[in-house]
Design a protein around this ligand. Structure first.
Ligand SMILES: [Zn+2]
Length: 612
């Protein structure tokens, strides 16, 4: 819902509900000493290792190590979000959330969200009607060519956006203001004084829904040739829709994913629908190529295992870019479904049918194995140099595995494939993980990453769960990218100067890290790793080492990261102004001058941010 809950409210709710009672609705519990035990709902077991402690108001499973408070239980068991869990439990506890969390500004924002939801609902209905009417013939042809059945058209609520301004006229007739339709991302502002016109024209429409199944945005596939127009177009970022937060089809896949413990992730809308039609209802599509933490967490709430079904090239790239590691970090087991080169999941499903799809899902290889396949040569007859390179690359993959037993198993596999003895591999492994000159940097950084999943600056940041974390994550990401570029010496020094200021950085640790960077000697730019290693063992230096170790982040251009960093600052300032404004509104008459001053700043910042 986008509302923020104070820690006091969370504690209040916890103190008023009984975790034993809530968990007891889903798990049959029996008393055991001070606690209650039962069969774990998160993994399959015959003897109970799932424990609920009424004293601590926590649950824990000794079998699968799942645990947490009553909110965590509901989120994991029913797939709802944190704020939905808060709302459910507040209602149960008889706490009036509306009154507590809705300041005047929040209430206005909530009304706006409801209006935007309503427009999306209207739009979705209109597009569906168009698909089945005379205008939708081309779209129906396209669906027939792709062999999409009516049941899937219904399930995914597919539609058609007609040419011209038919849709704009429809909205006007429904009494929707053009301004609101622009904010919803459905109309584009008209150029040269002309009225706003539809963003989606002559496109097959895929409504994108939230967890509750409400339409929050659209994807559209162009059905005609139009110069300069992209084949696929998504809704822009709106107060409802954020690409990094949603997964296409998740609300439809949830039930089947929970039943099987597996969710299949594809890239495109058509891949998703096609797999569903071919017997895989637990399928979602990632709307971009790189996963976000938020998407990974959404998946972790419905399944333990993720099978990536990208086409061969994309899967390779995703693995190389560590996007799959984001899923792993969310506690998911990741496997890669292997498709014939040049075939996407849709094509594969249509050509080979449901049985082949089921076999491919079942035969998905674990992430580590997949990465090993990428680096090991196909045949045994390779040069000594190629063998040495393959050993090094393979051991780097194996070094990421946490279990020593699994490491040993994978090393045996490599030994067999490359015709190298286990002793040789052990010596090599020891060398790359810390006994020679090149080793320490990697080893040390790996260790930091492992021990310290959150960044040092993150701890003090999350004063409330849910709402606050989102902005924090985005900000941390941008900060890391900017600093990584500065470390690598590929952004000009003036970037640092531009970011100088008391509250530019998210925490004192990051600010300290920036000071370290600003004061580094000239030689540090040539060899950042050596400089970083020479730094003392402080939180600031560790933060920088961690940033350096996250090499893949640097794929985002620094200009882009810098931009989002600044935007986030403005957003935070806006939020703080909104709080001050609503406080003044509550106070009434007093502080009229203050109110005027804040409003001026508020308007200026909003126009900075939205260009309005
Ligand atoms: Zn368990």
């Amino acid at each position: 819902m986008g509302v923020r809950f104070s820690p006091q409210l969370i504690d209040e709710i916890k103190s008023r509900v009984n975790i034993v009672e809530i968990v007891g609705q889903y798990v049959s519990l029996r008393p055991s000493g001070r606690n209650y035990v039962g069969l774990c709902p998160f993994h399959s077991e015959k003897t109970p290792s799932f424990t609920v402690s009424p004293d601590k108001q926590l649950f824990h499973c000794f079998g699968c190590q799942t645990g947490g408070d009553v909110f965590a239980f509901l989120m994991k068991r029913t797939g709802i979000s944190f704020s939905e869990a808060v709302q459910q439990l507040a209602q149960r506890a008889g706490i009036d959330l509306e009154r507590l969390v809705h300041s005047p500004v929040d209430a206005a924002r909530e009304r706006r969200r409801q209006q935007l939801l309503e427009i999306n609902r209207l739009a979705s209905g209109f597009f569906r009607q168009m698909l089945h009417g005379p205008a939708g013939a081309a779209a129906r042809d396209y669906l027939a060519r792709r062999a999409i059945q009516p049941a899937m058209v219904e399930r995914y609520q597919l539609g058609f956006a007609p040419a011209g301004d038919v849709f704009a006229r429809f909205l006007a007739k429904q009494g929707v203001s053009p301004e609101l339709a622009v904010e919803a991302g459905l109309l584009l502002p008209g150029r040269d004084g002309r009225p706003p016109y539809p963003r989606f024209r002559e496109r097959l429409m895929f409504p994108i829904a939230d967890q509750a199944g409400r339409v929050i945005g659209f994807g559209g596939r162009l059905l005609v040739d139009r110069a300069g127009a992209p084949k696929y177009l998504n809704s822009p970022e709106t107060p409802l829709f954020s690409k990094g937060r949603v997964l296409y089809g998740l609300h439809l896949a949830r039930e089947a994913a929970r039943k099987t413990g597996v969710v299949i992730v594809v890239e495109g809308y058509m891949d998703c629908i096609s797999l569903c039609q071919h017997g895989v209802p637990n399928v979602v599509a990632s709307l971009g190529t790189a996963f976000t933490d938020m998407q990974a967490q959404a998946l972790a709430r419905v399944a333990e295992r993720v099978v990536i079904a990208f086409d061969a090239d994309a899967a390779g790239q995703a693995a190389a870019r560590r996007t799959l590691d984001i899923l792993r970090k969310a506690g998911l087991r990741v496997a890669v479904m292997q498709l014939p080169i040049g075939q996407d999941p849709d094509e594969f499903a249509r050509r080979h049918g449901p049985e082949a799809v089921a076999r491919a899902v079942a035969g998905a290889v674990p992430l580590v194995e997949y990465k090993l396949q990428q680096v090991l040569p196909v045949t045994g007859a390779v040069s000594v140099e190629a063998k040495a390179r393959a050993v090094e690359a393979a051991l780097a993959v194996i070094a990421e595995v946490e279990s020593a037993v699994e490491q040993e198993g994978y090393m045996e596999l490599v030994a067999r494939r490359l015709g190298v003895s286990m002793d040789t591999l052990r010596v090599e492994m020891a060398r790359i993980s810390g006994n020679d000159h090149a080793g320490p940097a990697r080893h040390r950084m790996g260790k930091i990453r492992h021990n310290n999943r959150g960044f040092p600056g993150e701890q003090g940041e999350q004063t409330s769960r849910g709402g606050r974390a989102a902005g924090g994550d985005r900000l941390l990401g941008a900060e890391q990218v900017v600093l990584r570029h500065i470390l690598a010496g590929d952004s000009p020094a003036r970037v640092l100067a531009e970011l100088d200021g008391p509250d530019v950085w998210s925490s004192p640790v990051v600010a300290g890290a920036v000071r370290l960077l600003a004061g580094r000697p000239a030689g540090a730019v040539q060899d950042p790793a050596a400089w970083l290693l020479g730094l003392p063992d402080t939180a600031e230096a560790n933060w920088l080492r961690e940033v350096w170790a996250q090499g893949a982040l640097a794929e985002v251009p620094w200009q882009e990261a810098l931009h989002s960093l600044k935007q986030e600052r403005i957003r935070q300032r806006l939020a703080s102004l909104e709080r001050q404004l609503s406080a003044l509104e509550v106070e009434g008459g007093a502080g009229a001058g203050m109110l005027a001053r804040l409003l001026v700043e508020y308007k200026r910042l909003r126009s900075d941010l939205f260009g309005a």
